[in-house]
Ligand binder design. Structure first.
Ligand SMILES: Nc1ncnc2c1ncn2[C@@H]1O[C@H](COP(=O)(O)OP(=O)(O)OP(=O)(O)O)[C@@H](O)[C@H]1O
Ligand SMILES: [Mg+2]
Length: 477
């Protein structure tokens, strides 16, 4: 099975998100339902539309964090977009359909990567053969000298539109196949055998070779616009312009990777990749729309701004199911899963236009975080704030440790500040921690601090000065 069960998804999220069990479960079920649907007979599949999810909860309690983590654990095309980025059709800005195009781009790279992995052993064999030749080239043949007599011939060639490069010759050229203008003597052949053996054993990985690499293509600003019209602009340009190649000298291990990437492209049927990617987007794609509350018209005094309701009306058909043109072909959005999320502090879900509300039947609320949650957030995740600071100060040769009591104190202070000032959730932890560590972060590089233990007393001392003054703490913590 290529998908995680709901329980496994929650377990994965548990590594990073503290609390919020309901939200994690709801998301996990929604994700797993995609898999369930694909197991039923195809005719019925069409009838089963995804139950889109709306996550609601105060600021700084993990909504966006869940999305960020999901991106890493779902084995499906996934994009996270901010509703605030979109503007109504006809206005300057991103139109809502761009989220489908983004999703498809993700799917295309995903499918392409899988394909490259699949053919890798075969391609690698070819590439290694080439590397052997580059490491043990044959003796160069005498290059033909250009003489005056050739000049007329050259003009003739020019008139016939022949490739000039071949006439002028390129003294620096590195041939695709070094054998093209080299003689392979028995000696060279033997040499190559031994080079091959060494290469296979991994002994030549740091040896340098010079290869030609194709310049990576640049995506022009027009690309997105043209995508809307279903045109593949960059591809069209690419076909019009000659491919530029650059000469690079690299260690074997890096050269091999580049050559494998380059060589794989020749073995890949791109139309097949695009078709597969579209299919995957249509059946497994997930779009996380963050800041969804910002397009709900809470107050009506938004004239002059881009209409929020307009954006909602543009989003509606995509969520309901429609056909979106992309440069790879049309995409049906009927079965794409949407997870929307927002604090809904100044607006309510019921401020959304009714049709859109109806498209997000599953609502789940995230809870305010407790002091105990703060302690966990500070210490438990692999990337927790305290772990980050411990790692960062290592750069100054500092060995930082936090006592259990100091962490409790930080959590307590953050919690109280949230109550007395504005509740900004777990974001408060970083502002508090930054203040506590300010002296160490400032002086660390100039002093040999060695081992530093952050104690409860130290925390109190650092924060005490500021926290005592309500007005001051409002701005600083
Ligand atoms: N439940 C949690 N578990 C672990 N870390 C959390 C949690 N909630 C918040 N955090 C931390 O706080 C930061 C802010 O949280 P996040 O971006 O998820 O807020 P949000 O719920 O999206 O708020 P907003 O509505 O303002 O966008 C995160 O980067 C994360 O480090
Ligand atoms: Mg957020």
């Amino acid at each position: 099975m290529d998908t995680l069960t709901p329980k496994q998804i929650v377990e994965q999220l548990d590594n990073y998100i503290i609390g919020q069990t309901d939200a994690k479960k709801a998301v996990a079920i929604a994700l797993y339902n995609r898999y369930r649907r694909l197991q039923v007979p195809e005719k019925l599949q069409q009838e089963i539309t995804p139950k889109n999810l709306l996550m609601i909860g105060p600021t700084g309690v993990g909504k966006t964090e869940i999305a960020r983590r999901l991106a890493k654990i779902v084995n499906a095309p996934f994009v996270k977009v901010e509703a605030t980025k979109f503007t109504e059709v006809g206005y300057v800005g991103r139109d809502v359909e761009s989220m489908i195009r983004d999703l498809l781009s993700v799917a295309v790279s995903m499918v392409e990567k899988e394909k490259i992995e699949e053919i890798r052993p075969e391609v690698r064999r070819d590439v290694d053969k080439r590397l052997v030749k580059l490491l043990a080239p044959g003796a160069k043949k005498e290059q033909k000298k250009q003489t005056n007599a050739d000049f007329m011939g050259m003009l003739n060639d020019m008139q016939e539109g022949k490739n000039l490069g071949s006439i002028f010759g390129d003294p620096d050229s590195v041939d695709e196949d070094p054998d093209n203008n080299a003689e392979v003597s028995d000696e060279v052949r033997n040499q190559r055998l031994s080079v091959k053996e060494q290469l296979d054993k991994g002994l030549l990985e740091d040896e340098e070779v010079t290869i030609r690499v194709e310049e990576s293509k640049k995506v022009g600003p027009m690309d997105d616009q043209m995508g809307q019209a279903g045109l593949d602009m960059s591809n069209m340009m690419e076909q019009l312009m000659p491919k530029k190649t650059l000469k690079r000298t690299l260690p074997v291990k890096e050269a091999r990777e580049l050559l494998i990437q380059q060589e794989s492209q020749k073995h890949i049927d791109h139309d097949e990749i695009y078709q597969k990617a579209i299919d995957r987007v249509e059946n497994k794609g997930i779009i996380f729309i963050d800041e969804f509350d910002k397009i709900a018209a809470g107050d009506k005094k938004t004239s002059g701004e881009v209409s929020r309701e307009g954006v909602q009306r543009d989003i509606l058909p995509i969520v309901e199911g429609s056909r979106v043109n992309t440069k790879y072909g049309p995409v049906d959005t009927d079965h794409i899963l949407f997870i929307a999320s927002g604090a809904f502090a100044e607006s309510k879900p019921s401020d959304l236009i009714a049709e859109l509300q109806g498209r997000f039947p599953i609502r789940v609320e995230l809870q305010d975080l407790t002091e105990e949650d703060f302690i966990q957030i500070l210490t438990k995740p692999d990337n927790s704030l305290t772990k980050q600071y411990v790692a960062l100060t290592r750069a100054d040769g500092i060995h930082l440790t936090f006592t259990k009591e100091s962490v409790e104190e930080i959590a307590k202070i953050a919690f109280e500040l949230n109550n007395s000032n504005q509740n900004i959730g777990a974001r408060r932890l970083s502002t508090v921690l930054e203040k506590i560590l300010a002296d160490i972060l400032y002086e660390g590089p100039d002093m040999q601090m060695g081992d530093i233990t952050i104690t409860r007393e130290y925390v109190r001392e650092q924060v005490g000065k500021i926290a005592a003054d309500q007005d001051l703490s409002r701005y600083i913590l």
